[in-house]
Design a protein around this ligand. Structure first.
Ligand code: HDD
Length: 724
């Protein structure tokens, strides 16, 4: 149940403005929508107690009619999402690059941020293998600015005209609407196997980035090249980045599959709880800046959304931070009705000619018209700008504003030409005057045609465990593909990236990598086209790898981010457990901002050996190891004996070990670990990230906390991987 907001709940100008639309029924009398107090809401109006219901019953009709109309179309993509309020605070770096007011040092701007998966329906699981949407609405003093990005810096296609095809291919297949929220099916892989421009993004989607541990632990990217315009009118190209304070971390695929069953709301719940607990998620916003004169200096095109700028070539300049500090009051009113659009910009921010971006500039308003039912969606409270709105736009469904006066046209003399155009010096938006000249063509620039170099850069930049995860993901996904021809063509695509990648995937599929000779890898061109016009242009790799692309614990993204704040630890216990060990672990975890939860064979009160009582948080039936980051088994002969008799307790350890999580045990707790050793994990007691203390010794708390900062111990699973 949602906690009521206390007066100390953080607020900001947007939240204050929303207050006029909030309704709180606490202590109130029931009314109709007309404010009429209702005397009986349990019985419809009938002709006699056992007679037919009367048409006269306006109360029944109002209630049922409203109910019948409750649903609106879900978003055609990014249907499943979760959002939170917060603020963006600018550092002193932004003003030299952009005249946007919200980037002036110290300025605090309210934001509403929505995270989403892409392919699944509104009710699908949070842990689908998928790209995550990362959309931020800034309520600036100069109007709304939306940064509508993803948690991956590139995209599947280069031109917006292909978006409906791509989405149709990844969504459930049209004849039977299977599978839900999954790319592991024929049509997705058919599409990407003949659209080589997707190859780079496919590797991202098969990587650990597609199964985040938490929405609070993922990066965000604006993907396209945008422009920042400074006060003197000078433009620079930029790529936007969000860097999470808690580092970038993922779960493993087997874990994701199980979380989807045990708690499909895992990410949603995690975000909600963190904010309710005051552990406010935080990201820094940064930009990679490219001077206009350097536009052509790269071996890829800045306008091509399937390419990233390696951070080693152009480092990220941090402009400010975003803190999410308040959950919405109402999911539908806020999270569902929020309407993002790339075309919501403020002076100081402008576009590039990226053809994917250009098409998006059309799509977002168009989709809101359908989804939210008309042109007044900007008046819905969550979408309302904080800066005043004055123009000649009038009427339409559900108009809220009551525009006074005789004129709704411009220019006019009847009302002294009001509202008049704003000069740039008054904050008027003027598009950047880029010089453009060219023939009207339907074409793709030759500079967009290298589809493999950056896919290879990404692959080369992954640590050995990350590579192993990509291989396994491809084996899983292609294993679900029913047509062998698609599997084979994908192997050819992968062999263009890296031979070992292709052969490792092929082995799992029981195939060998076919020769690329004669295979048409790009079907998005006429069959009789000259291959030179569509084949990938090989670029001599200037950069073999980009450490910034890895999310290994020692990668630059995670450097120095050793906090274990908000991590969840399961303490497995039964009656007779060593209460002192639990107390000291809880104390240490609390001090580090992490959470300890007591998991026992049943709910209720636990009776430790020292005579205390402790409240059990979960029974073994109501939770599972996949809900936690680490596990601790305290000693206490009786407790451990009980747990050893419980298959769920043994499985809990077994699974946590398999998912490479830190495990600690003190005293007799080690016996439960021994019972959990499975084939391939006989050395569970000596595995990396397993911390033990003998009877009479203190629990290995310090080393356990340090191990948690390592996130996972991939060496355990790497033992089973062939050396490459
Ligand atoms: Fe999109 C929603 C991100 C390409 C058309 N998109 C949507 C959302 C995000 C993105 C985060 C959810 C917004 C929310 O939370 O309400 N989309 C991206 C990124 C892209 C991208 C990072 C590539 C770089 N999108 C893209 C293209 C098109 C669209 C090429 C169409 C030509 N996207 C839409 C849409 C959606 C949408 C159909 C569905 C719901 C909505 O807009 O409001 O208009």
């Amino acid at each position: 149940m949602s906690k009521s907001k206390t007066p100390s709940t953080p607020t900001n100008a947007k939240l204050d403005e929303l207050a006029q639309n909030r309704e709180d029924s606490t202590g109130q009398l029931l009314t109709t929508n007309q404010g009429l107090r209702v005397n009986d809401d349990q019985n419809s109006l009938k002709a006699g107690e056992r007679g037919p219901t009367l048409l006269e019953d306006f109360i029944l009709r109002e209630k049922i009619t409203h109910f019948d109309h409750e649903r609106i179309p879900e978003r055609v993509v990014h249907a499943r999402g979760v959002a939170a309020h917060g603020y963006f605070e600018a550092y002193d770096t932004g003003s030299q690059y952009s005249k946007a007011d919200f980037l002036k040092a110290g300025t605090r701007t309210p934001v509403f941020t929505r995270f989403s998966t892409v392919a699944g329906s509104r009710g699908s699981s949070d842990l689908a293998r998928d790209v995550r949407g990362f959309a931020v609405k800034f309520y600036t003093q100069q109007g709304v600015f939306d940064l509508v990005g993803n948690n991956m810096p590139v995209f599947f296609i280069q031109d917006a005209i292909k978006f409906p095809d791509f989405v149709h291919a990844v969504k459930p297949e049209p004849h039977n609407e299977i599978p839900q929220a999954a790319s592991a099916h024929n049509t997705f892989w058919d599409f990407v196997s003949i659209n080589p421009e997707a190859t780079h993004m496919v590797l991202w989607a098969m990587s650990d980035r597609a199964i985040p541990r938490s929405l609070r632990m993922m990066e965000g990217f604006g993907v396209h090249t945008f422009r920042l315009i400074d006060a003197a009118g000078k433009a620079r190209f930029v790529k936007f980045h969000w860097k999470p304070k808690l580092g970038t971390h993922s779960v493993v695929w087997d874990e994701a599959l199980q979380i989807s069953g045990k708690d499909p709301d895992f990410h949603r719940r995690d975000l909600w709880n963190a904010i309710e607990d005051g552990a406010y998620p935080e990201w820094e916003l940064g930009v990679q800046i490219v001077e206009e004169e350097d536009e052509m200096k790269f071996d890829f095109d800045l306008l091509d959304a399937t390419k990233l700028i390696p951070e080693e070539l152009v480092p990220v300049t941090i402009l400010g931070k975003m803190v999410l500090d308040r959950n919405p009051d109402n999911y539908f009113a806020e999270t569902e009705q929020v309407a993002f659009h790339l075309g919501h910009v403020v002076p100081g921010i402008d576009f590039s000619n990226d053809p994917l971006l250009q098409g998006r500039l059309f799509s977002y308003t168009d989709t809101q018209l359908k989804r939210l039912g008309g042109p007044n969606f900007h008046e819905i409270p969550i979408n309302r700008s904080l800066s005043p709105i004055h123009n000649g736009q009038r009427d339409g469904h559900m108009r809220q504003q009551i525009n006074v006066g005789q004129t709704s046209y411009s220019p006019n003399l009847v009302n002294d030409n009001s509202p008049r155009q704003a000069k740039q010096s008054e904050g008027g938006f003027a598009s950047y005057q880029e010089r453009v000249d060219g023939n009207k063509v339907r074409a793709r620039s030759q500079s967009f045609k290298d589809h493999y170099s950056q896919a290879r850069l990404f692959w080369n930049s992954q640590s050995a465990p990350e590579k192993a995860h990509i291989v396994k993901a491809l084996r899983f996904e292609l294993g679900k593909v029913e047509l062998e021809s698609i599997r084979e063509r994908m192997l050819v695509q992968l062999s263009q990236v890296d031979d070992s990648l292709a052969s490792r995937v092929a082995e799992g599929l029981g195939l060998s990598v076919p020769s690329a000779k004669g295979v048409q890898l790009n079907l998005a061109v006429p069959a009789d086209a000259d291959p030179a016009t569509y084949q990938s242009v090989p670029v001599k790799d200037k950069q073999a790898s980009s450490p910034a692309l890895s999310i290994a614990v020692d990668s630059p993204i995670n450097a120095g981010k050793t906090s274990i704040a908000t991590r969840q630890v399961a303490i497995l216990a039964a009656d007779g457990v060593d209460g002192a060990a639990i107390a000291s672990l809880k104390k240490a975890l609390e001090a580090a901002g992490a959470k300890a939860k007591l998991v026992a064979p049943r709910l209720g009160q636990l009776r430790p050996a020292n005579g205390d009582t402790l409240t059990i948080d979960f029974s073994l039936q109501t939770t599972a190891s996949v809900m936690f980051d680490a596990v601790f088994v305290p000693g206490g002969e009786k407790s451990v004996q009980t747990l050893r008799q419980q298959p769920d307790a043994v499985h809990f350890i077994n699974e946590a070990y398999k998912h490479c999580k830190p495990i600690a045990a003190s005293g007799a707790g080690v016996e439960l670990l021994k019972a959990a050793a499975y084939a391939g994990a006989e050395d569970i007691l000596t595995g990396d990230g397993v911390l033990l203390s003998k009877d009479g010794e203190a629990a290995p708390i310090d080393s356990f906390l340090k191990a948690m900062a390592q996130h996972r111990f991939w060496s355990r699973e790497m033992k089973a991987e062939p050396k490459v």
